[in-house]
Design a protein around this ligand. Structure first.
Ligand code: PLP
Length: 400
């Protein structure tokens, strides 16, 4: 039995079966590459679900985490630490607005904090979008329309109206004087990189302003350079400049170290008061030092520009073969619609050939590689892509 199989068997015996069988047992990573337990190498075009902004094992991240852990590893929120304060200030500066930050350990927790913040407006109604994904805790799940995720856990916190994503008129019609907030992903991630029409975020802002509701942008997946700007709502290719009241972050922020943030801007900054919310680990100095290293490295290595530039090249590569019907892209965040509902097969063939991809639906693929992806990496994928799609089109013995 190979190492992969042994670890798979032990996984099956020891871990709750919430994710199904793992695709691979991965043992190490470097740059945009990972290796499995049997030593096979893969080019990672998935980035741990849009998390590994700096790739795997980036020296700046390793150094920051190591040095911080040697200095001070954890103190709880009875105390403040320098990395925590510095990171909050840095995020506010990048967002270009006055505000306050609440740190969490994940995206769903960032959204949970934001959900509670909206309740402090004195209103309870929320508007969310079909196809959205905001996380798996009960509050975040209440904002996620997908029936399969919700049904086993009903009743969820209520008073949520779902509207079709990208439809400004439907959104405006749903917002009332009872609405606490509209929650939107600037580009839908789990739906497979769905880019809304230009002007959608502005229309959402206007609908919120007309009724005194908060605009809450879930940038958990799109933030921290993924679309070629620090935040997707600052990306001129996606939107006019738009002011958010709440921005939630996670994924790329820690580059692989768990950290999330709920940022309240303007008046939303002070809605949560002492005793309203808390967390033991949120704002942990090691996680904050990691996030500061991610932000520094994105700046130092020009990774926003690289995300925009390489994203265009990746989109062109992905779109080329005839099996691809259309591509949505914003920086290194690329969604592809396939002619056939064989995305799972494409992912499997790609894996056999040494590329990690992700399918978000039967005919939909999502690419979210490290922002450090190099042109040679991209070229390697470009050389293999048509062959992967061709092989995925071939009937297998299972089809016989
Ligand atoms: N919000 C968005 C837009 C996401 O894409 C995700 C995760 O995919 C979440 C929230 C939940 O984040 P986490 O899995 O870190 O809880």
């Amino acid at each position: 039995m190979n190492d992969q199989q042994q670890w798979r068997d032990r996984y099956a015996g020891a871990l709750m079966n919430t994710f199904g069988p793992p695709r691979l047992v991965l043992a190490r990573g470097s740059g945009a590459r990972v290796w499995d337990a049997d030593g096979k190498e893969y080019l990672d075009l998935f980035g741990g679900i849009a998390v590994n902004a700096l790739g795997h094992g980036h020296p700046a991240l390793v150094r920051a985490v190591t040095e911080q852990l040697e200095t001070l590893g954890h103190v709880s929120n009875f105390f403040a630490t320098e990395p925590q304060v510095a990171l909050a200030e840095r995020l506010l500066a990048l967002l270009g607005a006055e505000g306050r930050v609440f740190f969490t350990n994940s995206g769903t927790e960032a959204n949970e904090a934001a959900f509670k913040l909206t309740r402090r407006t004195g209103r309870t109604h929320l508007v969310a979008t079909e196809g959205a994904f905001h996380g798996r805790t009960m509050g975040a799940l209440a904002l996620t329309a997908k029936e399969a995720y919700r049904a086993p856990f009903e009743p969820l916190p209520g008073h949520v109206t779902f509207v079709p994503y990208g439809d400004s008129a439907a959104l405006a019609a749903a917002v009332t004087d009872e609405t606490a907030a509209v929650v939107l992903e600037p580009v839908q991630g789990e739906a497979g990189v769905v880019v809304p029409p230009h002007g959608y975020l502005t229309a959402a802002r206007e609908a919120c302003d007309a009724h005194g509701a908060l605009l809450w942008l879930d940038e958990v997946q799109t933030g921290i350079g993924r679309t070629g700007t620090w935040f997707a709502h600052q990306n001129p290719a996606l939107s006019e400049p738009v002011r958010a009241d709440v921005v939630t972050l996670a994924k790329g922020l820690g580059g692989g170290i768990p950290i999330g943030a709920c940022v309240g801007l303007g008046e939303a900054a002070t809605l949560l008061e002492p005793g309203n919310h808390g967390t033991t680990f949120g704002g942990n100095p090691v996680a904050c030092a990691a996030a500061l290293a991610v932000l520094d490295t994105i700046e130092a290595e020009g990774l926003l520009e690289e995300s925009a530039r390489l994203g265009k090249l990746l989109a062109d590569v992905v779109e080329e073969p005839e099996q691809v019907v259309s591509v949505d892209a914003a920086g290194l965040f690329v969604g592809a619609q396939l002619a056939a509902d064989n995305a799972a097969r494409v992912v499997a063939v790609a894996q056999e050939r040494g590329f990690l991809l992700n399918n978000t639906g039967p005919g939909r693929l999502r690419f979210a590689p490290p922002l450090t992806l190099g042109e040679p990496d991209l070229q390697e994928f470009a050389d293999a892509w048509a062959g992967i799609l061709g092989a995925a089109d071939q009937p297998t013995t299972e089809d016989a």
